[in-house]
Design a binder for this molecule. Structure first.
Ligand code: MSP
Length: 496
């Protein structure tokens, strides 16, 4: 096994980004949308930098979980039919949000089942799986094991619900054996866990010592059977994490796997960082596969300052989110309304306010004013002095560190600069074709940089001004084309 040291800000020639695969026990909500839009933004940014063919984006559904099985039972639907239906709901939600992954993986896909069996057999062959008795607690809501000291008043610390007390035969993965190897991985790769402060928490816990992990349950009628003992089904996390290998053709499409593995980035919510930054690399080291380069944990959205939870009716689903102000305004708000990596509060009012004041007033007005004047008076090519205000280097740096909110903020500062320039130069009075050229050239830069966040609006702008969304064009002066006035990009919305 080789561990490579990752250098910051060095663009790689390929980029492989993943989201967690979601439990299809209900329809997708804002939490799922957040990670998936973020992955799409990062995917599109890398497409701009290194070309579409060199970027791979994986998302999907985590179907072999006990909570999924229980949800199907509760509805009285056969589990496979239940997951077939909900998995489609996830896939179509991403389509509605203008997200097109390279593969939508389902853990019931036959090629995935094969990879799970392979990794189990291999870890066993390497002496890392043994049979024992698991005695302790299990929360099906979390699909996680707990010890007595983790519980709060005898309940799950997350769900606050009664917890299953187990004592049964189980197979274990020798996680404890990998403590030193993991610590070495973290110290050689300071960007392995991002943001770094979350990394320190994980590293301190690993230093305290690791316990072996129970990786099977007695077969209860759902899940992947262990290849060496068919009376047991695989623990859902051991199965689910493996999807990142299946997704890029492990043991099936050698060329694809060679091109894209190791993953450049696993995007996850803060609650599942441990599985991705401790268990997953240990599983990979155990079977001789290189660990991913980075795991980035983002924060959680609350809704009107309350935790999003089904029991309180505070689940905001994707269709409702889109209905507020449209797809691009939602995609924009997710990275404008909270710092990526920190928690944020979602409110319909805040989304509409930003839509009105930033998208309709600032961006929309800039585009419509400049296009109308340029159509009327024409353009004269000149040096674009205005673009000097755009801090491209910093924007690139923020993107490379996945600071999606900061990159967006800087692009918006430049939109402010452009609006100030219009006010200062008054091209509607002066009819100055050079000023108009500078503004049109600046709008081109804005549209290219904003495209990862708001693809369809930026494509409309590009069409209107006659340029393509290509990164190389950022640094080239815009060609003078016929400019169309175009439709209004963002219509103002009344706050109820
Ligand atoms: N199936 C596992 C992941 C396996 S990955 C190999 C899982 N699924 S989940 O559907 O419960 O959650 C998926 C993601 O949604 C997690 O990253 C979680 O953090 C995120 N979110 C769920 N609710 C959220 C918010 N309210 N806000 C932001 N993200 C949240 O865990």
């Amino acid at each position: 096994m080789t561990t490579t040291t990752i250098k910051k800000n060095k663009p790689s020639k390929k980029f492989y980004v993943t989201t967690p695969i979601y439990y299809p026990n209900d329809i997708p909500h804002i939490g799922h949308a957040y990670t998936t839009v973020a992955a799409d933004v990062i995917c599109r940014w890398n497409q701009l930098l290194i070309g579409k063919e060199n970027v791979f984006f994986l998302t999907g559904t985590d179907e072999n979980a006990k909570k999924v099985f229980q949800a199907a039972q509760k509805k009285g639907i056969e589990t496979k039919k239940f997951v077939d239906f909900l998995s489609k709901e996830f896939n179509s939600a991403w389509g509605k949000l203008n997200i097109v992954p390279n593969r939508f993986i389902r853990t019931t896909d036959p090629d995935h089942v094969e990879v799970v069996k392979w990794i189990l057999n291999k870890a066993k062959e390497n002496g890392d799986i043994y049979k024992g008795i698991y005695e302790g607690f299990y929360c099906t809501g979390c699909e996680a094991y707990y010890t007595e000291k983790d519980l709060v008043d005898g309940c799950c610390p997350i769900h606050k619900t009664k917890i299953e007390n187990l004592k049964e035969e189980s197979y274990f993965f020798k996680l404890s054996k990998y403590q030193d190897k993991l610590l070495e991985l973290y110290s050689k790769n300071p960007d392995f866990i991002l943001p770094q402060r979350r990394g320190s928490e994980v590293i301190n816990r690993v230093k305290e010592g690791l316990k072996d992990l129970s990786i099977s349950r007695k077969d209860y009628g759902w899940g992947i059977k262990l290849p060496f003992d068919e009376t047991h089904v695989c623990y859902v996390w051991y199965d689910a994490l493996t999807n990142y290998l299946t997704g890029v053709g492990f043991n099936k499409d050698k060329k694809l796997f060679k091109k894209f593995w190791p993953a450049d980035l696993h995007l996850v919510g803060k609650d599942i960082l441990w599985f991705h930054s401790v268990i997953w690399p240990a599983m990979l080291i155990s079977v001789g596969i290189e660990p991913p380069k980075s795991v980035f944990a983002h924060g959680w959205w609350t809704f009107d300052n309350e935790k999003i939870s089904k029991s309180r009716g505070k689940v905001i689903n994707v269709d409702d989110l889109i209905a507020i102000a449209g797809v691009d305004s939602l995609r924009y708000f997710l990275f404008r309304g909270a710092s990526f990596g920190e928690d944020g509060d979602f409110s319909e009012k805040a989304l509409i306010e930003r839509h009105n004041s930033e998208l309709a007033n600032k961006l929309g007005n800039l585009v419509s004013r400049v296009s109308a004047l340029a159509e009327k008076y024409g353009l004269t090519k000149t040096e674009n002095t205005l673009i000097k205000k755009l801090d491209l280097l910093k924007i690139e740096k923020y993107f490379s560190e996945y600071e999606l909110d900061k990159a967006l903020c800087l692009i918006f500062t430049f939109i402010d600069n452009c609006n100030e320039y219009v006010q200062e130069k008054k091209p509607w009075e002066t009819q100055d074709k050079k000023v108009l050229y500078e503004l049109v050239d600046s709008i081109k830069a804005i549209a290219i940089l904003l495209w990862p966040y708001m693809p369809s609006s930026c494509e409309k702008i590009a069409e209107q001004f006659g340029f393509n969304i290509e990164y190389s064009l950022l640094k080239k002066p815009i060609k003078i084309n016929d400019i169309k006035k175009g439709e209004i990009l963002f219509k103002k919305i009344d706050i109820k």
